[in-house]
Design a binder for this molecule. Structure first.
Ligand SMILES: Cc1cc2nc3c(=O)[nH]c(=O)nc-3n(C[C@H](O)[C@H](O)[C@H](O)COP(=O)(O)OP(=O)(O)OC[C@H]3O[C@@H](n4cnc5c(N)ncnc54)[C@H](O)[C@@H]3O)c2cc1C
Length: 374
């Protein structure tokens, strides 16, 4: 398994759990890229519009967390900070309020829980919010985890089950013979394996190109920051189209995130953080008096149609791809790990059909400009 982010680590964990012999290779530190930067929201309902194939997969993955939290704690000793307190998806304009009301009706019809709250009711539940909010949707089944802890816990639990985990090993080539994968090479040294899983996040296309495979995918940089207060400003995550605020233990409040398409530059910019802070402060005025903690960034792996690539690659036998989870890789990590491990063991996973790596791509409409701050 190439890539020690949350996706590669979950796959390694599930393969080890299925008693497969696994080697997990990471070019830097485990969880050192997007998976360590993520806010950790499990926003199956808040992030998706409830219509595409990703919605079902996201809900299935969200449902796996209570069990995963227990298993990982037992095997790795790491508490992944799973909280199922729900997410409030807020409307800042009358149009957004109408769209959220429709979305609530649609989700209720499908048997999902969603509660529309008028402004006063919302403000009585979340007094830290600005009076300018127009209302919001409470999605009680969404939740959150600590993303870096989850990612590390998957890797450590995989190791506890017998997987070999190696950091600071950069794979520069996928080795093949007669349209079959035979392993990978690092620093000119071959490492042989009948199955290779590429889970390199925003770098997956680069790694695959060494085997002559083109995968349309690109990075979307996200910048975040956190503040701290003695008394928590919020107890439940709030989510808008322009920013979100995720309460963590000890009065930390994590604010995310900017979006900048197509760059591998992880610099945290003054402009990005200033724009994000302005949006967050307009939503939660108390942020102005909170103590500054830190700012950071990460590169989300995105695909042209907005769906991840999950499954066997049609060009090379033995090659599996698991990338392109964009803003939802933390949420989707348990189900991705389970299904890719099943495929690696020679099984089938029909639910992955819409996500197969060789599918024809329909371009997804992207709102905003190249560097839009939300
Ligand atoms: C600011 C921000 C906020 C986010 N918030 C959320 C959220 O709230 N909820 C959610 O579900 N998702 C969220 N995401 C998205 C989530 O972080 C990603 O979808 C997820 O982390 C992708 O995981 P990954 O393992 O594919 O990628 P990564 O974590 O980037 O891991 C890929 C790994 O592959 C390694 N690698 C690359 N090339 C090689 C090579 N040649 N050899 C060896 N190793 C290699 C890299 O070093 C890296 O560690 C957020 C992302 C960002 C940036």
């Amino acid at each position: 398994v190439v890539g020690g982010g949350v996706i590669g680590s979950s796959i390694a964990y599930h393969m080890a759990k299925n008693k497969m012999k696994v080697l997990l290779l990471e070019k830097g530190r485990l969880a050192g890229q997007a998976s360590g930067a993520a806010a950790g929201m499990l926003a199956a309902q808040a992030e998706t519009d409830g219509k595409g194939p990703l919605y079902q997969l996201a809900k299935e993955s969200r449902a796996m967390f209570p069990r995963i939290a227990e298993e990982l704690k037992e095997l790795s000793g790491i508490d992944i900070g799973w909280v199922s307190g729900g997410i409030y998806k807020l409307a800042l304009t009358a149009e957004e309020a109408e769209a959220l009301r429709q979305s609530a009706a649609f989700q209720l019809e499908r048997g999902d829980r969603a509660e529309w709250l008028e402004r006063q009711e919302l403000l009585s539940r979340l007094p830290a919010l600005s009076e300018t909010v127009c209302g919001g949707l409470f999605l009680p089944e969404d939740g959150q985890v600590s993303a870096p802890h989850l990612s590390l816990a998957f890797a450590k639990a995989a190791a506890a089950l017998g997987a070999e985990v190696r950091e600071f090993v950069e794979i520069d080539e996928i080795l093949c013979e007669h349209s079959r994968v035979i392993g990978v090479a690092a620093g000119g040294q071959p490492i042989y394996s009948g199955t290779v899983v590429v889970a390199c996040g925003a770098w997956s296309s680069r790694v695959l190109s060494s085997a002559g495979i083109e995968l349309a995918a690109y990075p979307v940089k996200g910048e975040c920051f956190s503040v701290v207060t003695h008394k928590a400003l919020l107890e439940t995550t709030v989510f808008t189209d322009s920013c979100y605020a995720v309460p963590k233990a000890g009065g930390r409040l994590l604010i995310g995130a900017t979006m900048e398409h197509g760059t591998f530059d992880r610099a945290v910019t003054a402009g990005g953080i200033a724009a994000l802070l302005a949006r967050a402060q307009a939503l939660i005025p108390g942020i102005a008096r909170a103590e500054w903690e830190q700012a950071w960034s990460g590169l989300r792996p995105q695909t042209p149609d907005g769906l991840p690539y999950l499954g066997s690659h049609p060009q090379l036998d033995g090659l599996l791809v698991a990338t392109g989870h964009f803003r939802n890789g933390i949420l989707l990590s348990p189900i991705t790990g389970r299904l890719i491990a099943e495929l690696a063991a020679g099984g089938e996973a029909a639910e992955l059909d819409p996500f197969r790596p060789g599918r024809p791509l329909t371009l997804r409409k992207e709102g905003g400009t190249i560097a839009s701050y939300h």
